[in-house]
Unconditional design. Sequence first.
Length: 263
Amino acid sequence: MYRLLTMVGLLATAQAGPDPHLPTPTYDSVAPSLPADLRGAVLIVSKTNGWRHIEHLPRSDAVLADIARDLGRRSYATENAAVFNDEQLRRFSVVVLNSASGDFLTPAQCAAFARFVARGGGVMALHAAGDDSHTAPWYVRTIIGTRFIGHPGGPDQFQPARIVVDQPRHPVMAGVRLPWSPTDEWYSFASNPAARGMTVLARVDEASYRPGGKLAMGAHPVIWTNPRTKGRVVYSALGHTPEAYDDPNYRRILVNAVRWAGR
């Protein structure tokens, strides 16, 4: 009987196949062919060498392309990280890291990304672009400024929580209507990124949901910018679910962030 149950279990595992949330990490070496008329465009990157957010990526990619179009900008969506080279990055004004996870850039590609930011290129990093699967020192220091430590699990993984806007006059937060209590997967971090020079734009009120003891931060940032770079860098921890990208407040923040980061 035990042998039969074991065989059934192995068969079920084999039929299930690999977990699509955990793709085999790959590194790209051949750059994509870009449309000839891309100038000042929005680059949307959802390359995943870590956890792949298969639930929201199709919707968020579409919403981000719509936002670029509504702002009068061309966009180009790719999962080919070889686009991170000096020549091709010059054709974009802002890079959107759409839950791009894991160390998806080679050292040379990361260096090209650093030069893009240093000469004034904008970055909007979303959700898993700030998780702990990123280890490249420049990326952690410049894009995130802290270390992801987890989120509630089980029945508490997705909870409504109240957003507190700390910088209502910042262009990224313009037009956000309060009170606002979206349902999301609430990331926690090892420290407040403000301690590393980041400017916190919004935080989540921990009294409005159940973060769990080890995940409680007290002051709990969810959206912040890096004012220490020539390029404009903004990170948002929100956006796990596809529905998040149809939330009027969050869509307004994304529009603002693309406009602000892309100048």
